[in-house]
Write a protein that binds this ligand. Structure first.
Ligand SMILES: [Zn+2]
Ligand SMILES: [Zn+2]
Length: 373
């Protein structure tokens, strides 16, 4: 099924400012919030769509990618689609304040899950690392003790719903008399109205704080890996358990190593003399430099395997391999002396020596394809 345009979903223009996006998002998220539309699959779908659209467009980098390449431009590993159920921090906090559930249900409520995007280096991913991350969270405002009302005043009970946060609407139709319960539009389901907002928290009743946490990233993670930290999400309400914290890993590319699962791929230039006569060359691996034997008569594209020099699989603990593909470099800017030598050498070569049989050519490509198909 074709995905709808994110701007269209949020009903904003392509040049919408951050503030306009946020406003559109809040309005739609409230409209389609599952608490407002219980058992309505269509609304739930819309709610997810709205969250996903906002998550992309509220992130400058993702928005640029989306503007340039559309849905296809967003992470090929399906990163964006994994996160459809989550918002970023901002979204979740918006839901917290915009949510209708606060005044409605009286039972314990599990805290929201949080998502943290963490970018790490290639080597950190290969060997594991401990990272200190800063997690924003909301705490009851000290100034107003969480009420959101200016010091010396207190929130007033909403007269439209008598503080229940809900209004009942009666509807007469051909099939009979229906009553529907909706969040109170006057107080947005809060049951209370704040006449004068607390200046410290702008009436939200909560202030944003930061907590630091050390996260152990195991060896072998890759872009797309999610690490769940149980209980480090939003605190629960009314005695409910906290949500979880999810660390979404993305790995910065390496200067010359490429990675495929647990295997490492490296391209290495050799000269025509090394290729023709064979040589011992030094190649870098993640585990330090190693000697590699280049056999006599090596052609461009030949691939050598260094067993166990890849990345440790985080589940099986088996080590991947490193593959070295050689490029034979034709020398340039030769002196006249060198030209003379080569031309003498050329005269001695037979047709057969200068030709690669078709069967061998094929096998180079097959090899490469087998490794990085
Ligand atoms: Zn306050
Ligand atoms: Zn009300």
């Amino acid at each position: 099924m074709a995905k709808r345009d994110y701007y269209e979903i949020l009903n904003v223009g392509k040049s919408a400012t951050d503030a306009e996006l946020k406003k559109a998002y809040r309005t739609l998220a409230r409209k389609y919030h599952p608490d407002v539309n219980p058992d309505d699959a269509e609304a739930e779908k819309k709610f997810k769509e709205v969250n996903e659209a906002y998550e992309v467009l509220s992130d400058n980098q993702k928005r640029q990618t989306y503007d340039a390449y559309g849905h296809d431009g967003l992470d090929p590993n399906g990163f964006a689609s994994h996160s459809a159920g989550f918002g970023g921090f901002e979204d979740i906090f918006d839901m917290f304040f915009g949510g209708f559930s606060q005044g409605r249900s009286s039972g314990p409520r599990r805290g929201s899950d949080l998502r943290y995007d963490l970018e790490i280096d290639f080597n950190e991913a290969a060997f594991g690392v401990t990272k200190t991350i800063e997690i924003p969270y909301w705490e009851d405002c000290l100034e107003c003790k969480g009420s959101g009302a200016k010091k010396g005043t207190s929130p007033e009970t909403c007269s439209s719903c008598q503080g229940t946060g809900q209004v009942t609407m009666a509807q007469r139709t051909a099939f009979g008399h229906f009553q529907t319960v909706r969040p109170c539009p006057t107080c947005a389901g809060q049951g209370k109205i704040i006449k004068e907002s607390c200046p410290a928290c702008e009436g939200e009743g909560k202030t944003r704080e930061i907590k630091k946490k050390d996260i152990e990233i195991p060896a072998g993670v890759d872009t797309g890996t999610r690490i769940r930290i149980s209980g480090d999400g939003e605190p629960g309400e009314r005695g409910g358990p906290p949500g979880d914290l999810y660390i979404f890993i993305s790995v910065r590319p390496h200067e010359y190593f490429k990675r495929n699962d647990n295997d490492i791929y490296l391209e290495k230039d050799i000269n025509i003399v090394q290729a023709a006569l064979g040589a011992e060359i030094e190649v870098p691996t993640l585990h330090g430099k190693v000697q590699l034997t280049i056999p006599e008569g090596t052609q461009t594209g030949a691939t050598f395997r260094l067993r166990g020099k890849g990345i440790k699989n985080p589940r099986s603990f088996a080590n991947g391999d490193q593959f070295v593909q050689v490029n034979v470099v034709t020398p340039r800017n030769l002196s006249s002396h060198q030209k003379g030598l080569l031309s003498e050498f050329g005269k001695t070569c037979s047709e057969e020596q200068n030709t690669i049989p078709t069967s061998e050519k094929k096998s180079f490509f097959d090899k490469v394809r087998d490794i990085f198909g």
